[in-house]
Write a protein that binds this ligand. Structure first.
Ligand code: UTP
Length: 275
């Protein structure tokens, strides 16, 4: 039912300059794998094989990564290093990749709208690859697909954050949907509120299941004071008109869009394999 996953990956990654001057932020590696590959693996685990990627100028390394590399492969074939390409070759063989370029980096909402020609008129998953998640089950998106199948409405992943950090996130207010569940019906949401104005400490993280009506709503959203179109503003409109569910996921998340989060992720995954 959810066949496509959208990966907005057109941002400038300014917090990682100068590393991101010529290398896309989404291609920065945690151990040996680029962030975006972790995201694609999470989508595949959820049974989604159609990857729709929003790119921009200077992001061609993304396309090259998810394509065959005949010269390299023929150099490594039947050598002791051949296995190093096994994982990525399997991903390429089991997925389809489509791309569209965002012309101007006008924010996450605009990036999602840019993806409309790749998605069409069907519900779809969204993964922000710089929110790197570790999980013990089949992953956050797999759980969200299950929730979508039951409720057939937009689902957003949330995490409780320290109240002093609300200014970095979209924040929801919600009421619990079923007793003892991880699900909330969204009442309202605000983009980057100060702690005093935050409706709760439940922050939106980079995993969504969206329905195609979001595209028409995004067209009506005015840019914020930074000139960016915020997805949160469109979801807020949607939540006023229909059910939007927030899913408090279980697992560990790293904000790899920041140097601290990226370092923490690298240390965490290194420890996990006893490096
Ligand atoms: P971020 O705000 O974390 O990415 O957006 P950024 O703008 O690249 O980061 P900084 O602040 O300059 O360091 C979250 C995701 O949305 C994508 C980014 O590529 C990232 O994966 N994005 C953001 C777009 O695709 N287009 C945009 O206009 C903005």
């Amino acid at each position: 039912m959810i066949n496509k996953c959208l990966f907005p990956a057109a941002g400038y990654g300014t917090r990682f300059l100068p590393a991101t001057k010529a290398v896309p932020k989404e291609m920065l590696p945690v151990l040996t794998k680029p962030l975006l590959q972790y995201g694609v693996e999470e989508a595949l685990l959820a049974g989604i094989s159609n990857m729709a990627i929003i790119t921009g100028r200077g992001k061609r390394a993304i396309e090259d990564h998810f394509d065959n590399a005949f010269e390299l492969e023929s150099q490594l074939i039947e050598t002791s290093k051949e296995h190093l390409l096994k994982e990525i070759k399997e991903i390429i063989a089991s997925s389809t990749f489509t791309y569209v370029r965002q012309n101007k980096m006008l924010g996450l909402g605009d990036a999602i709208l840019t993806g409309k020609p790749l998605i069409g008129n069907e519900p779809f998953a969204v993964i922000l690859a710089d929110d790197l998640c570790d999980y013990s089950d089949k992953g956050i998106i797999a759980n969200m697909v299950k929730i979508y199948k039951k409720y057939k409405c937009p689902i957003i992943a949330i995490e409780e954050v320290p109240i002093e950090k609300t200014q970095k996130y979209g924040v929801i207010s919600g009421k619990i949907l079923e007793e003892n569940s991880d699900l909330y019906e969204v009442m309202d949401m605000v983009e980057k509120p100060s702690p005093e104005k935050a409706p709760s400490n439940m922050a939106i993280i980079g995993r969504y299941i969206l329905t195609p009506d979001i595209f028409d709503i995004l067209k009506t959203i005015k840019p914020d004071s930074n000139g960016e179109i915020q997805l949160t503003d469109a979801l807020r409109v949607q939540a006023r008109n229909k059910k939007v569910i927030a899913y408090k996921f279980k697992g560990t998340r790293f904000d790899c869009g920041t140097v601290k989060g990226y370092l923490d992720a690298s240390n965490y995954f290194a420890k996990k394999i006893s490096l």
